[in-house]
Design a protein around this ligand. Structure first.
Ligand code: NAP
Length: 301
């Protein structure tokens, strides 16, 4: 579907066309928004041209005519660079433009950026997403939104074109705090499924049958349904990079340290992911946590 841009939908800029951003920008175009894209490395996501998405050379140029600018880049300093770096969003945006940051970053980054943007008559909501690359492609993302109610309402029509469950969870930064909780829970779930798969293999069970049987009981999860196959095959196509989840656990562990929360399972997952990154597996899908458990269990030489 290549939906024609509709004038009343308005112009949206999309900054950061990686695994997630490219799929999300495509869904905005399909929903009828006129989309201008920008990516730091030119030439990424060439398929977006077929959907009528024009490419700008700089963030400033991308946002020049936009009512809403969506960002989806890797980490806190990367969002700062897109907003305030050379030819950044603040150099091109009209007063009143709403920034919707879908990157997963530190809540303290969102607070800081929102304050600095307000000084320039620009507003921002944090809107980190969950649901994986499949969710981004199928426009079924779960989105946790932090910010002023009026800004969240303005962002909603863009968010509903990219996701299915959109929840306003509190003031600016609250979306990122919820996302940190999400990533902590995922750390435990991926590790648990990896351990279960390794035990099933070691026990000589029919692992695919095990996955099917467990799917009807209390051990069912998105990870079991969607990522156990990779763990069984020991092959980890993207997905969600190990290095990005390690970044997210850094955010969660920092927040926990500030608040006096103890997260032993997340700390263990972070250590295993640091090891995966050190052994050149940082670009594998996060289900590669199973690589570590398999290796410790002498499943792979
Ligand atoms: P990705 O495929 O690695 O893409 C990262 C994007 O960020 C690329 O467009 C990259 O540009 C851009 N970027 C990085 N540093 C930059 C900088 N300093 N200035 C400008 N652009 C910069 O990552 P992704 O999987 O799409 O993830 C994007 C965000 O979504 C991350 O915060 C991630 O944690 C979050 N997320 C991902 C998933 C998932 O399943 N993948 C799920 C939920 C949330 P280049 O092309 O130039 O490198």
């Amino acid at each position: 579907m290549t939906g024609e841009p509709s004038p009343e939908r308005g112009r949206v800029a999309f900054l950061g066309l990686g695994t997630m951003g490219a799929a999300m920008a495509a869904n905005l175009a399909r929903a009828g928004f006129a989309v201008t894209g920008w990516n730091r490395t030119p030439g990424r996501a060439p398929e977006l041209a077929d959907l009528g998405i024009a490419m700008a050379d700089t963030p400033a140029a991308a946002v020049a005519d936009a009512e809403i600018a969506v960002i989806c880049v890797s980490d806190t300093p990367d969002v700062e660079a897109v907003l305030f770096g050379p030819d950044g969003i603040v150099d091109g945006a009209r007063a009143g433009t709403l920034i919707v940051d879908c990157s997963t970053i530190a809540p303290s980054g969102s607070w800081d950026f929102a304050k600095r943007l307000a000084d320039r008559d620009l507003s921002m909501v944090d809107a980190p997403v969950s649901g994986g690359s499949e969710g981004a492609k199928n426009a079924t993302l779960t989105i946790f939104v932090g910010g002023e109610a009026s800004d969240v309402e303005r962002a909603r029509r863009v968010l509903t074109a990219m996701g299915r469950t959109i929840t306003h969870v509190g003031p600016i930064g609250a979306g990122q705090a919820v996302k940190a909780v999400n990533q902590v829970i995922l750390a435990g779930t991926y590790l648990g499924v990896a351990e279960g798969m390794v035990l099933a293999i070691k026990a000589g069970l029919d692992v695919n049958q095990v996955v099917e049987a467990l799917g009807g009981g209390a051990a069912q999860s998105w990870v079991l349904a969607n990522r156990s196959g990779r763990m069984i095959d020991n092959d980890y196509p993207l997905g969600f990079k190990v290095s990005l989840h390690r970044k997210d656990l850094g955010i969660a562990l920092d927040l926990a340290a500030q608040l006096g929360a103890v997260l032993p399972v997340s700390a263990l997952a972070a250590q295993l992911e640091t090891g995966l990154i050190a052994t050149s597996h940082g670009d594998d899908d996060m289900s590669a946590l199973a690589r570590a458990i398999r290796s410790l269990s002498a499943l792979d030489s």
